[in-house]
Design a protein around this ligand. Structure first.
Ligand code: 3PG
Ligand code: MG
Length: 396
């Protein structure tokens, strides 16, 4: 099997135009960055490229604007952050990406940086458009993908762009991520428990069917669990739900039976009539029409803690509740503490991933310890599933 080409430290890149694909998709509220982890992790490599006197063009997405220029999803706050953190000129490019775009970048000097506005403002990004990828590729001599967390997306700045740049590499952060995950995969000890939560149901629900073959326990929490409740004919009020998942959930249960994988879904929950409210503990058959399920309940917490303490490997992606409101962080906090405790005391192998999961962990008050923390959620799950991620395949 071909190996991923990693960016060689010794490569002379002075005066070379580097297109650097990063994941600067950080959570924002009113244009204020809520968690800078992803940016902080990217800084050392950016600084290295600056030192090496490359001309750096940074591409990232933020949220899912679906080809619309939604000002709420602008990268301007990230631009301001970079400007403050880096000792070089950082420019922001919010123009169109037409054929003569290179001219607009010609002012860039050695060691300087251009951050491009949210690449998903262009619908051609998500459709992996050929012409758009070619235009993007024309901006640089070398392409570096240091966004493992986006590498499961077959999108222009991750995938097709590599066709139009002379040389493409994976960056150091991506390298660190896959090395750490590979190590966990190689050394994993049974029982293996995978906890899946969060709100990006559509990304993850398909992954579950393949993960079943690789794990002994599958614990479903967060908004993902709502679909399982509906499958069991429970009412979920105003809670978040993904349409048309009935068939896939049936398949999940069937596969789980075949592969002797135990599926656990919450048995109680915390509800409120609004995201900003306080939680009420409820059993699942008592949800009113105007209520939203926002966290797992005490019985479920106890149950999940027991499963974790009996496991030797735990993979976790996606918070258990709406952690943005502290009242609904109890489940996520309890899971994090139990995993951490077991990682320290009985060398549980633990690997956690995802933007929201990282943000939630950062909000936990206690000091936590895990085998590996990944910036990636969907990409992390698909990688564990054994898929050849589109963004990695092109770097081989
Ligand atoms: C993430 O937050 O998981 C990555 O930035 C990828 O985002 P996406 O799921 O919108 O592609
Ligand atoms: Mg995410």
């Amino acid at each position: 099997m071909d190996k991923i080409k990693f960016f060689p430290d010794s490569l002379d890149i002075q005066n070379q135009k580097i297109i650097l694909r990063l994941d600067l998709n950080v959570p924002l509220i009113d244009k204020i960055i809520q968690d800078d982890t992803r940016i902080v992790l990217c800084l050392p490599f950016i600084k290295k490229l600056v030192e090496k006197k490359a001309k750096i063009i940074i591409i990232s997405h933020l949220g899912r604007p679906k080809g619309l220029k939604d000002p709420e999803l602008s990268l301007i706050p990230v631009y301001k952050y970079l400007k403050k953190s880096l000792q070089t000129n950082v420019f922001f490019f919010m123009g169109n990406l037409d054929e003569d775009v290179q001219d607009k970048f010609s002012h860039l000097k050695e060691g300087e940086i251009i951050l491009m506005e949210n690449i998903r403002y262009f619908k051609e990004e998500s459709s992996n458009d050929e012409k758009f990828s070619k235009t993007l590729g024309s901006l640089g001599d070398i392409y570096i993908n240091d966004a493992f967390s986006c590498s499961h997306r077959k999108q222009a700045s991750i995938h097709n762009i590599t066709k139009f740049v002379k040389r493409s590499f994976a960056g150091p952060l991506l390298k660190k991520e896959i090395n750490a995950i590979n190590l966990v995969i190689q050394n994993k000890k049974e029982p293996v428990t995978c906890i899946i939560g969060g709100s990006k149901i559509s990304t993850k629900i398909n992954v579950i069917t393949s993960l079943i073959k690789k794990v002994n326990n599958l614990v479903i929490v967060g908004a993902m669990a709502n679909n399982f409740f509906v499958h069991k004919n429970l009412k979920i009020g105003k809670s978040l739900i993904e349409k048309n998942t009935e068939e896939i959930i049936k398949k999940i249960y069937k596969k789980a039976k075949e592969h002797k994988c135990e599926i656990t879904i919450p048995e109680d929950c915390m509800v409120s009539s609004s995201f900003t409210g306080v939680g009420n503990s409820k059993s699942l058959d008592k949800i009113e029409d105007d209520e939203i399920i926002l966290d797992i309940g005490p019985k479920t917490i106890k149950n999940i803690k027991d499963i974790i303490s009996l496991s030797n490997t735990v993979l976790w992606n996606g918070p258990a509740g709406y952690f943005e409101n502290e009242n609904f962080m109890i489940g996520t906090n309890a899971i994090a503490e139990e995993i951490s405790k077991n990682t320290i005391k009985k060398s549980l192998i633990s690997i956690l991933g995802g933007g929201d999961t990282l943000s939630a962990i950062k909000k936990c008050k206690s000091k936590l310890s895990f085998t590996h923390l990944s910036t990636a959620g969907g990409a992390f799950l698909e990688y564990i599933e054994g898929k050849d991620l589109p963004g990695l395949g092109v770097l081989k």
